[in-house]
Design a protein around this ligand. Structure first.
Ligand SMILES: Cc1cc2nc3c(=O)[nH]c(=O)nc-3n(C[C@H](O)[C@H](O)[C@H](O)COP(=O)(O)OP(=O)(O)OC[C@H]3O[C@@H](n4cnc5c(N)ncnc54)[C@H](O)[C@@H]3O)c2cc1C
Length: 265
């Protein structure tokens, strides 16, 4: 269990940000689902829950989701079920259990950039931007590329996803129902363009442009081959070879789900 010496309920984002910069042992608190698994000692825990960062709104062609929205909110928000094939609720509904999802936040999940993240696999096939208090707004890919050292600390205030009418689907393979995914996949279609991402390889989700081109050409088998060619590694949840094989199946299933909804299969 982690320990915190002092606690700050931030009144403004500026107060939270300057507290974060003051001491390298200060930490932003999301839902603390991950933090509580660590044995770290922090000086000040900076609580964002008084800042109203828990909105889910559709505005000016974007879906905006605040950093303190919980995974359970993502799962149960009625509007989200009708957007992007319901990929957002579906991506999180198998994470641990309801109580856990009622605490864990979108901000913590995106900030961590974890290889196993089901949410990041799904967000990778949507037109997603990340909003940081200091560094500003940037595409998800640019956020992934940011340095992760202590000097680069910032506050993730929310994400936004372009409401471009795309359909999307995701699936994952888990060894047991509440375990981390052994491998995950997400696919989306926007007009003629496809997006494909494979996550929990066990490295972080990546897009697979060759598979996207193959799906655009209507060639599911070539898409599978492109997914096979990705880099995978082994750990206690599965070997690299196992992941490679399962990822092909997951991508095919997700693509078929979209084609099925379009009445093409
Ligand atoms: C046992 C267990 C099983 C899990 N299984 C899965 C799974 O199967 N699939 C999956 O996708 N995920 C899984 N997760 C991860 C989980 O879904 C969350 O991603 C994780 O708990 C982080 O969210 P949090 O709100 O709890 O963040 P916290 O634990 O509060 O914080 C995590 C890190 O993010 C930082 N942080 C938090 N919020 C912000 C912010 N707004 N701005 C800047 N930094 C911030 C914190 O300082 C900390 O460094 C699991 C986690 C646990 C503990």
């Amino acid at each position: 269990m982690y320990t915190i010496k002092t606690y700050l309920m931030a009144q403004t984002l500026e107060e939270a940000y300057s507290a974060l910069q003051k001491n390298k042992s200060n930490v932003i608190l999301g839902g603390c689902g991950w933090l509580k698994m660590t044995r770290k000692r922090f000086w000040t825990g900076i609580d964002l829950s008084g800042l109203g960062l828990d909105w889910i709104e559709q505005r000016d062609g974007w879906l905006e989701i605040g950093a303190m929205v919980t995974l359970r909110q993502l799962e149960t928000d009625p509007a989200l079920r009708g957007l992007f094939g319901g990929i957002l609720p579906r991506s999180v509904e198998r994470i641990v259990g309801v109580q856990f999802r009622s605490c864990a936040t979108v901000g913590g999940s995106v900030w961590m950039r974890a290889g196993f993240s089901d949410l990041l696999t799904a967000l990778s096939v949507l037109d997603t931007e990340v909003e940081l208090y200091h560094a500003g707004r940037m595409p998800l890919e640019a956020f992934f590329a940011l340095p992760r050292n202590r000097e680069a600390r910032d506050i993730l205030t929310g994400i936004r996803i372009r409401l471009d009418g795309r359909d999307a689907a995701c699936c994952s393979m888990r060894n047991t129902a509440t375990d981390f995914p052994a491998v995950g996949a997400a696919v989306s279609r926007c007009g003629p363009g496809w997006s494909v991402a494979v996550g929990a390889r066990p490295m972080r989700a990546v897009r697979v442009p060759e598979a996207e081109a193959a799906l655009a050409a209507g060639d599911l088998q070539a898409a599978s081959r492109a997914v096979e060619a990705l880099g995978y590694a082994g750990n206690l949840r599965g070997s690299a070879d196992y992941r490679r094989k399962v990822a092909q199946v997951l991508v095919r299933r997700a693509a078929e789900e979209i084609l099925h909804r379009e009445g093409k299969q």
